[in-house]
Write a protein that binds this ligand. Structure first.
Ligand SMILES: [Zn+2]
Length: 356
C-alpha cells in the first residue's frame, strides 16, 4: 500500500522519465535536406567569392538525390530518419510549413516554441517575447523545475525564450555561461567566444555554442534542452553556398555527437526524443535561395524530424497530410506526457503520427 501510494504521488514524475532535445538550425532549406547539394549553386563565385569548389563537389555531389543528401547529412539520413520520422519532402508530397506569415526568424522560433504565430511578433528586434513558451511552462511543471535549458548561437534567442522571466538557464550569443561550479571546458568555451573574431554581430560560430550545450548537458543533465544553431542562415545570406553546405554538414555531425553522447548516459538512454527542424525556409530560385521572408512565399516551407522511443520508425514520410511549425510545441510536451494545448489553447495540435 505504501508503495502504491508513493507510486501515485510520484505518478507525474514517472511519466517524466522522458527527455526531449529540440535542435533547430536557422534557415536550412528543405531542398538541401531532401535533395542534397545543388550542383548549379556549388560554384566558386558562391564559395568565398571565387575559392575552388573542387573538394566540395567531390564531397557533396552524386548522381541521385538520395546519395547527395546522405553525403550532406549522413547521420540524419542513416540514423535519425530510418529510426524516426521526417516531414517536409515536397517532392514526395509531404509538406511542412510555418503559419506565421513572416517567414523569418523571431516569428518562426516564437511559433515553434508557443505553438502559434503572433502578428505582433513581426520583427527580429532583440526584445523580450511577451508570449509564454512551452519551455517556460514546462519549467513550472512538477519534476521540471531547473530541468530546462536553452542555448542559442543568435543572441536574440535569449529574448525569444524571455531569459529575464523564464526562470531556466539560457545562454545565447557571445555571452559566457556561468555555472555555480565551473568546469575547465566551460571556462575554455567562454574564452573562445570572447577571443574569436566576431564575424556576425550577436552571433558566434556554431562550434562553441554546440559544445557549451554539450558541456552543460553532461554536468546538469536537464530533461528539456533547446539548441538553436545559426551558421546555415548566415552563410546563405552571405551568398556563400559552399560554406552553407559545410554548416549543414557540421550540424549533422553535432546531431551525431549529441545522440551518441546521450545514449551513453544512463539519464538519457532510451528515454530521449530528438526533434530537429528549422525556423523558416528560403527562396527556391538561383538568386533568391539566399533570402527569405514575406516576399518569398516559398520560404514558408521547412522540414521537421522526430526520433525517440515514442516515435514509430516510419522514416521519410511520403503522401501524408501537411504538418506545421505550430504543431511542434504540443508535440514536444506530449513526448513528456504533458498537454500544452490545455495550457495554451491557441497552440496547434501535436503531430499525431509522430507519437506512438
Ligand atoms: Zn532564421
Amino acid at each position: 500500500m505504501f508503495l502504491i501510494a508513493t507510486g501515485s504521488v510520484r505518478g507525474q514524475d514517472t511519466t517524466g522519465e522522458s527527455h526531449v532535445i529540440l535542435v533547430m538550425t536557422d534557415g536550412l532549406r528543405w531542398q538541401e535536406v531532401f535533395r542534397g547539394a545543388d550542383e548549379h549553386l556549388l560554384v566558386p563565385k558562391r564559395y568565398f567569392d571565387g575559392r575552388s569548389v573542387t573538394g566540395l563537389r567531390e564531397r557533396y555531389l552524386a548522381a541521385t538525390a538520395v546519395e547527395r543528401r546522405e553525403r550532406l547529412m549522413p547521420f540524419l539520413w542513416k540514423t535519425i530518419v530510418p529510426q524516426g520520422q521526417m516531414y517536409g519532402d515536397r517532392d514526395a508530397h509531404s509538406d511542412a510549413f510555418v503559419t506565421n506569415g513572416f517567414n523569418f526568424s523571431y516569428p518562426g522560433y516564437n511559433e515553434t516554441l508557443t505553438g502559434h504565430g503572433d502578428p505582433k511578433i513581426n520583427s527580429n528586434d532583440n526584445v523580450p517575447n511577451p508570449n509564454v513558451t512551452v519551455l517556460e511552462w514546462l519549467d513550472k511543471q512538477p519534476g521540471f523545475d531547473g530541468n530546462v535549458a536553452a542555448f542559442g548561437a543568435w543572441n536574440v534567442i535569449g529574448a525569444i525564450v524571455n531569459a529575464g522571466r523564464c526562470g531556466f538557464t539560457v545562454n545565447a550569443g557571445y555571452e559566457p555561461l556561468m555555472m555555480m561550479t565551473m568546469t575547465p571546458q566551460m571556462e575554455r568555451l567562454n574564452a573562445w567566444k570572447a577571443e574569436t573574431p566576431q564575424v556576425w554581430d550577436g552571433e558566434p560560430f556554431d562550434a562553441p555554442v554546440f559544445d557549451t550545450a554539450m558541456e552543460y548537458i553532461k554536468e546538469k543533465k536537464p530533461r528539456v534542452v533547446f539548441l538553436s544553431l545559426g551558421e546555415t542562415d548566415e552563410w546563405a545570406h552571405a551568398g556563400n553556398y559552399g560554406e552553407y553546405l559545410n554548416a549543414a554538414h557540421r550540424v549533422d555531425g553535432y546531431l551525431e555527437r549529441l545522440w551518441t553522447t546521450l545514449q551513453a548516459m544512463p539519464e538519457y538512454q532510451r528515454n530521449t526524443t530528438l526533434i530537429f527542424l528549422t525556423d523558416h525556409g528560403r527562396g527556391s530560385g538561383a538568386e533568391d535561395w539566399t533570402s527569405h521572408g514575406q516576399k518569398i512565399p516559398d520560404s514558408k516551407y521547412i522540414f521537421m524530424g522526430f526520433m525517440g522511443p515514442r516515435t514509430q520508425a516510419l522514416g521519410a514520410r511520403a503522401d501524408v497530410p501537411a504538418v506545421t511549425q505550430s504543431e511542434v510545441a504540443a508535440t514536444l510536451a506530449k513526448f513528456l506526457g504533458l498537454d500544452w494545448n490545455a495550457a495554451e489553447p491557441k497552440a496547434g495540435p501535436p503531430v499525431a503520427a509522430a507519437l506512438r
